[in-house]
Design a protein around this ligand. Sequence first.
Ligand SMILES: Nc1nc2c(ncn2[C@@H]2O[C@H](COP(=O)(O)OP(=O)(O)OP(=O)(O)O)[C@@H](O)[C@H]2O)c(=O)[nH]1
Ligand SMILES: [Mg+2]
Length: 338
Amino acid sequence: MWRRLFGLGPKPDDNATQAAADAPAANEEREVAQLETATTRSRRGLFGQIAALFAGGDPITDALWDDLEALLIQADVGVATSTALVRQTRDRCRREGIRRASEARQRLIDEMVQLLEARDPAPTAARPPYVILVVGVNGAGKTTLIAKLAHRLADAGQQVLVAAGDTFRAAATEQLATWAERAGVGFVGRGQGSDPGAVVYDALDAVSTHQSDVLIIDTAGRLQAKHNLMRELEKLRNIIRRRIADAPHEVLLVIDATTGQNGLSQARAFLEAVDVTAIALTKLDGTARGGIALAIVRETGLPIRYIGTGERLGDLALFDARTFVDALFRQEPERGTT
Ligand SMILES: Nc1nc2c(ncn2[C@@H]2O[C@H](COP(=O)(O)OP(=O)(O)OP(=O)(O)O)[C@@H](O)[C@H]2O)c(=O)[nH]1
Ligand SMILES: [Mg+2]
């Protein structure tokens, strides 16, 4: 799965990865379970209400579409995206001669899946290491996401190195070092106040020495000085590129789902500063407004790659549009269970 994800192609002597690839069913079950957990609040809240709108066999009315739009907006789908989704679903129902609310439900689900479906697969690497630069505002969940990702990759038999490029915040280096130890992956850092570029240099040296498969670079999240941020990210990217021409392969923008539309507008500064290739949506478990995923994809045009489903090392899901939307709409037999 990770080979496919990173486009690294098969590595003949890679037994551990092969073993992981041989167990797709178990992996798939895990992804579904993670997404179900992460969407619990949304499913029991606003999306439960949306599902309820479409539960009965009543005829479709204009009021139904208005109610849908209002609930989508409340669920952080955003005004523009909500309007578009309602219009597309309504048009589709008309085209297909759908008259009952219960039959419209699946059309709505299909429209959402279509919107979320990744246009861009993960970029490929000509050869290892696969380099991931992780950016995002303060507290979005960058460092935790790096730890989770490193852990999953290491589990799949990859040699992973993480680099503490956030040299701004106190204890950021130590935090990543602790996570790296727990995840059982390599670590490079220089501590607070040092030059992030120097950390990246060290990391690039270390990956060639250790022949690492994946390098994941943490960065500072401060936004106050947007100009500096742009310059710094640009500088890091150039340092990487000088050593590995097609890197960074992935620039992952981390967005905190609980910050909703506000988080999305903060994220725009990063979209302007650096060529972001994909989104990681964290803390989905902490919000009933999971609709932010739809707003993010439509407004950035970028695919969501990962979902943060909690605070522990294992709380990560690979994003899959169909699984995600199905989880939002799945009827729960009883409240309060699971
Ligand atoms: N519930 C939940 N909490 C999360 C998730 N991801 C991160 N967190 C929590 O969010 C807080 C911030 O996470 P960090 O990983 O330190 O965020 P950061 O972006 O590195 O923050 P800075 O380094 O300060 O810029 C921590 O308390 C994490 O435990 C998630 O998916 N779910
Ligand atoms: Mg951090």
